[in-house]
Design a protein around this ligand. Structure first.
Ligand code: SF4
Ligand code: SF4
Length: 188
């Protein structure tokens, strides 16, 4: 079993880590047995779906069945190891998987589809530099007004973060900063 994957830091996302592990695992290139090769492929695809907000409520149950079959029916230790590692991760990080699937949230802020960008009202001076940087016209505001990101238009590219000299634009995972819904006059 891969112990490193069972000791992740807060900045690592278990879904993303398992996806990359399955993708680069020996079984993904082998093909000598169905449960090793197909198991690695299905694990990678399912993790990719979860990170892209395309998960289904039944994913956890299906993944556990798949990994159990990998452990029981793979022809060599590699397939067995991958199945065991995945099963241990599904168990240890059950809350993280559930948050991705049910709440569409990534605590570590790694899965780009789950993160959002926000303008901190106390730091924004209403200069408008971020508006020029946003190719999606997702930032609302005018001079001397606290700017606001329209989440329905934002494509999470992150370009506006470096455009703001005041460091007022931040990325958020599960916990979102508070701010006005529409531009309001600056306090500064
Ligand atoms: S978020 Fe930054 S760049 Fe955008 S208006 Fe406010 S201070 Fe200017
Ligand atoms: S993250 Fe990209 S799309 Fe979203 S507001 Fe910033 S620049 Fe615009």
């Amino acid at each position: 079993m891969n112990e490193k994957l069972l000791n992740l830091t807060d900045k690592q996302c278990p879904v993303n880590e398992l996806m990359n592990y399955a993708k680069t695992h020996k079984c993904a290139d082998c093909g000598k047995c169905v449960f090793g090769y197909e198991g690695a492929t299905q694990l990678e695809l399912t993790m990719a779906d979860i990170t892209m907000k395309r998960s289904r409520a039944t994913d956890m149950e299906q993944l556990k069945k798949l990994c159990t079959m990998m452990v029981e029916q793979s022809l060599c230790d590699d397939g067995i190891e991958l199945g065991q590692t995945a099963l241990a991760m599904l168990d240890k990080y059950a809350d993280d998987f559930a948050a991705h699937i049910a709440k569409k949230s990534c605590k570590a802020g790694v899965c780009k589809k789950f993160v959002t960008f926000h303008i901190l009202p106390d730091l924004c001076i209403g200069c408008g530099d971020c508006v020029d940087e946003c190719e999606d016209d997702a930032i609302m505001g005018k001079k001397k007004f606290i700017h606001v990101i329209d989440q329905s238009e934002c494509t999470q590219c992150g370009k506006c973060v470096s455009a703001c000299d005041e460091e007022a634009i931040v990325m958020a995972g599960a916990v979102k900063p508070r701010g006005p819904l529409k531009p309001v006059p600056c306090k500064r």
